[in-house]
Design a protein around this ligand. Structure first.
Ligand code: XMP
Length: 319
């Protein structure tokens, strides 16, 4: 792609100019954005870059292993895999307010990055895969009054507190452009096609209080749901799909016993840039089959609902 080829060269030049010979750490989330940012920056400055993959205990099933393997196998970028799940889950205990969750997680990310910036031998820069929609959504919404809908933890405010300067080479791009750039940089297609995953992870798919028990149930339900979507060949038609575990237990009957387990909501949307979205029109057969599989395969869930809210007025995530 001619445009992306030119963009890549220009971005590399700007990164070199900004960073000089300083060291950079890059927070990898496993998502497309931070991965593309990491590979681009590595092209620009080589081993002045160290990536930090923070496992906050809020990742999907097997995600940490998959991301670390993909980076180790495909790239020679120095990578620190930081298991900080006790730290994050400890701090989130008893927290149910969505903004408090986001801010708690954002603050801990700063702490963890600062620790690793020091270990790497004094990194001066923090690289992030911030996109253009992240920048505008944290300031205003749809041209309306300036209201913060959600605090995206990867935007704004961080560097002053951290003493690290930000490198954000994707700040002018939309998601489809980031995917094109990823393709240009040779990232595996399966990776480029991954659905977006938010920095605060499963915390914002667990409305109300978070517990390890609920997170485990959520991970399993989400894995079954995504497996269904793949089996039916729908993954690439959908912008993003996930399960949210609801803070309510409901009564059910299985075999000849009573159950009293969590309800969950399936979410799937189509979108161009995440700014607006429509719910995905699954067939009733697909929904019925998926509900049956989740209830049969995931202990702890006995009721499945499908979220048919578009954005606006809903948001894609539940919190
Ligand atoms: P919402 O829920 O605001 O989400 O409609 C729009 C898109 O942004 C993702 N999202 C985030 N991504 N950090 C991120 O990196 C965040 O804090 C965050 N919050 C939401 C969401 O998954 C969707 O793709």
């Amino acid at each position: 792609d001619w445009t992306m080829g030119a963009y890549r060269e220009e971005a590399i030049r700007k990164i070199r100019e900004q960073v000089g010979d300083a060291k950079v750490i890059c927070g990898l989330s496993g998502g497309v954005d931070s991965s593309v940012a990491a590979v681009l920056i590595h092209e620009a400055i080589g081993d002045q870059l160290t990536c930090v993959f923070v496992d906050h205990g809020l990742l999907r099933l097997n995600e940490a292993e998959e991301v670390v393997a993909m980076f180790r196998d495909n790239y020679n970028i120095p990578l620190i895999h930081a298991d900080e799940s006790d730290l994050f889950l400890g701090a989130l205990e008893g927290v149910s307010d969505p903004e408090v969750k986001r801010k708690t997680i954002g603050k801990l990310f700063i702490d963890v990055f600062q620790k690793h910036a020091a270990e790497v031998g004094g990194a001066e820069f923090l690289a992030q895969g911030t996109l253009y929609p992240d920048v505008i959504e944290s300031v205003s919404f749809s041209g309306g009054p300036s209201v913060t809908i959600k605090s995206h933890h990867n935007v704004g405010g961080l560097p002053e507190k951290m003493g690290l300067k930000l490198v954000e080479p994707l700040r002018e791009l939309f998601k489809d452009e980031v995917r094109a750039l990823g393709h240009e940089l040779g990232l595996p297609a399966s990776f480029i096609g991954r659905h977006p995953f938010p920095g605060p992870g499963l915390a914002i798919r667990c409305p109300g209080g978070i517990s390890r028990e609920k997170l485990d149930i959520l991970r399993k339900a989400d894995a079954v749901y995504i497996d269904q979507i793949r089996r039916h060949g729908l993954y690439d038609e959908i912008w993003q799909a996930f399960v949210a575990i609801l803070p309510v237990r409901t009564v059910g009957v299985m075999g000849d016993g009573r159950t009293y387990d969590y309800a969950c909501a399936l979410r799937a949307v189509t979108s161009v840039d995440g700014m607006t979205a429509d719910y995905y029109p699954f067939t009733h057969d697909f929904l019925g089959e998926t509900a049956t599989r989740i209830i049969n395969e995931v202990k702890g869930i006995n009721r499945v609902t499908y979220d048919i809210t578009s954005k606006p007025p809903g948001t894609i995530e539940w919190e």
